[in-house]
Design a binder for this molecule. Structure first.
Ligand code: SAM
Length: 198
């Protein structure tokens, strides 16, 4: 859904940057889905060098990878057609104001922002099941599968304590973005926010 939205809302050969790219899955999908005539390299940015190495080994020579933090993007002002980010913004709560400022700075006028994130479903049955899953099932599965590497309740806590889709729209609007809207995915377990720079 994210890739389709980016392709629908951007021009061919758009300069697209993936922030918090991780192992580059989103870029991989985007490059597979876009027109074969579109050869503009996509740029993946991540704080973690090891993630970028894994992304690079998957997409040899087709993309650029930059190790940087979202709050200080090593990109020129007004240089990007679209910024995308999947399952990362929730981890950037402490640096969100500066991150949104940077996103606004590097987008071209008319440039688009796409932020995909996990969230809490709005309807009470799903909300209760979701809460149960995050608080009990996920930690059991996590500890069993990942053992010492399981990062405790971090995932559940960041989802439960992130802003609601409406609150996040307000934050984007206050950060000078326009046409701010969102669509929920899978009953509200995930949400895709879209916005543009005037
Ligand atoms: C949950 S992963 C999501 C990865 C990828 N977008 C995906 O959907 O598979 C979050 C990513 O954000 C990166 N990250 C965390 N803090 C960051 C920061 N300040 N700036 C850039 N990337 C950051 C992490 O290294 C990690 O790769």
């Amino acid at each position: 859904m994210l890739v389709e939205s980016v392709l629908k809302d951007t021009v061919p050969n758009a300069v697209v940057i993936d922030i918090g790219t991780g192992t580059g899955d989103l870029i991989f999908d985007y490059m597979k889905t876009r027109k074969t005539t579109d050869e503009t390299p996509v740029v993946g940015i991540d704080l973690s060098f090891s993630m970028l190495l894994r992304a690079q080994s998957k997409l040899k020579g087709e993309s650029h990878w930059i190790q940087a933090s979202a709050e200080k993007l090593p990109l020129g002002s007004n240089s990007c057609d679209a910024l995308v980010s999947a399952f990362t913004i929730r981890n950037l709560k402490k640096i969100l104001p500066q991150t949104l400022k940077e996103m606004w700075r590097v987008l071209k006028p008319g440039g688009k922002l796409f932020l995909l994130e996990m969230t809490v479903p709005p309807y009470w049955i799903l909300k209760t099941l979701h809460h149960l899953y995050l608080k009990t099932i996920l930690p059991i599965v996590g500890r069993t599968v990942f053992q010492k590497e399981w990062s405790g309740s971090y995932l559940s806590e960041t989802i439960l304590h992130f802003w609601s889709p409406d609150q996040f729209c307000k934050i984007l609007t206050e950060s000078r973005f326009q046409n701010v809207k969102y669509q929920t995915i899978t009953g509200g377990i995930a949400v895709l926010h879209n916005a543009s720079k005037p």
